[in-house]
Design a binder for this molecule. Structure first.
Ligand code: SAH
Ligand code: SF4
Length: 423
């Protein structure tokens, strides 16, 4: 559990496990490690371990980095500037394997959802790796990939489907990066692949231009891996995304927000959803630990904020719960002085959810109040609803392993796999 330093008298226990221990998967005994998604430092270290002389390791890792992260190589044979001997040696120790895509869905609106099965890890996953979902949302001027940072989520926001998935572990940095690699594979979006052409036959640019950490999990409970993953994704000699186009969304893990700014320098999104602590305590139980006042203080201190670099505040529209005119006015008052965008998200229902989405006129009225106060307040069009790919609808089949995992956990076998406290 996190330290209690910020707990106040009003703090009630937050359900669920707050921090899942960091998890560093390696290849299973007797299996080769995939080099896909490793940081530059890890890649170099692995090459040295495999016998590449230290004096060559920088140059060699640079070459391999180029093939893996810029060209999307799937086979060592593609690495034309790497000698035959070394290629054979590499293939003995490593692979360029990606996690398996076990299900592909395309929504009527073009949104794609992939169910991705990670490589099995240290025998905790029943010889079958953890499964996560990853969503690609094409737009007129950008393509956004929504990635997961954990399998499931230990927090239990009352309107979120992911929060009901009880089997949780952190993803490693490589597993986070591999989601982008899979998307590039699936979309044909590697440098030189010329994925799509305009009417004149010209290349029209990359398909994945933006990343949002808005899939499964609370990224700030897995911050070390998220920082490393953002580093790999934004390396300009590799996957090449700008840090300004990478947004990390948090439900409000206040003590970790400064580190996100300092170490990942990514854009920040806050899942606010309520303007009063009593309601936010209910919707986002983590609020009992880090109330709105502390959360907004951390936002004000976030580095590099200006009009071009604003914090996104997400606000899910729940009928009769948080959607009144008074709520909208209070929202504007609270955010005064913070360079902010407000993202109104129509609630996406899921089987068994206890809320309804606000009526359209209500959302429009709410949006108007926010807009008149000078904030951009786009209503996020629900995307991919027909394939349960919209915000908060993600929940992988991994949960089906739950009962078995619990038995194993009780037996002390399933070390590294976690379930939340509550039923
Ligand atoms: N755990 C992080 C990031 C993942 S959730 C967070 O909470 O910020 C991504 C966004 O989807 C969050 O703003 C979350 O509150 C929102 N969301 C969750 N369930 C939703 C639902 N059923 N309908 C609409 N938005 C939802
Ligand atoms: Fe977890 Fe975010 Fe869902 Fe809350 S909204 S349960 S923090 S994924």
């Amino acid at each position: 559990m996190a330290t209690a330093s910020l707990d106040s008298a009003r703090a009630a226990p937050v359900s669920g496990i707050e921090k899942t221990p960091d998890f560093v998967p390696g290849a299973l005994p007797g299996q080769r490690l995939s080099l896909v998604g490793l940081t530059r430092e890890e890649l170099k270290a692995r090459l040295i371990e495999a016998g590449v002389p230290e004096r060559e390791s920088r140059m060699r890792s640079g070459q391999i980095w180029h093939w893996v992260n810029l060209r999307g190589a799937q086979d060592f044979a593609e690495m034309t500037n790497v000698g035959k001997g070394l290629k054979a040696e590499l293939a003995k120790h490593f692979t360029l394997e990606r996690p398996e895509v076990v299900n592909r869905q395309v929504s009527r609106d073009g949104t794609r959802k992939w169910l991705i099965r990670m490589a099995p890890t240290n025998a905790q996953e029943h010889n079958r790796g953890a499964e996560i979902e990853c969503v690609y949302i094409p737009g007129p001027d950008r393509g956004t990939l929504c990635v997961s940072s954990q399998v499931g989520c230990t927090l239990t926001c009352s309107f979120c489907h992911t929060g009901t998935q009880r089997l949780v572990r952190n993803l490693s940095a490589a597993e986070i990066v591999q989601q982008l690699v899979v998307a590039r594979d699936e979309l044909g979006d590697w440098t030189g692949q010329m994925p799509s052409r305009d009417a004149n036959g010209g290349e029209v640019g990359r398909l994945v231009t933006n990343i949002v950490f808005m899939g499964m999990g609370e990224p700030l409970y897995n911050l070390d891996a998220v920082v490393d993953a953002v580093g790999v994704m934004s390396d300009q000699e590799g996957l090449g995304l700008s840090r300004r186009r990478i947004t990390v969304s948090t439900s409000g893990v206040v003590p970790q927000i400064p580190r996100l700014g300092a170490e990942a320098n990514a854009m920040l999104a806050i899942s606010l959803h309520a303007v009063r602590d009593d309601l936010r305590d209910e919707l986002v139980p983590l609020n009992r630990k880090y109330p709105i006042r502390d959360l907004l203080a951390a936002c004000r201190a976030y580095p590099g904020l200006n009009n071009a670099r604003r914090i996104t505040f997400e606000y899910v529209m729940l009928k009769g719960v948080n959607d009144s005119d008074a709520d909208a006015r209070e929202l504007v008052r609270l955010l005064k002085g913070i360079p902010a965008k407000i993202n109104l998200i129509p609630f996406n229902p899921w089987p068994g959810s206890r809320y309804e989405c606000s009526d359209w006129e209500r959302i429009e009225r709410f949006s108007e109040i926010v807009f008149n106060a000078g904030y951009a307040s786009p209503v996020r069009t629900p995307r991919g609803r027909d394939i349960l790919a919209a915000c908060g609808q993600l929940k992988s089949e991994t949960e089906k392993l739950r009962a078995r995992a619990r038995m194993m956990l009780e037996d002390g076998i399933a070390e590294g796999m976690y379930i939340s406290d509550e039923d």
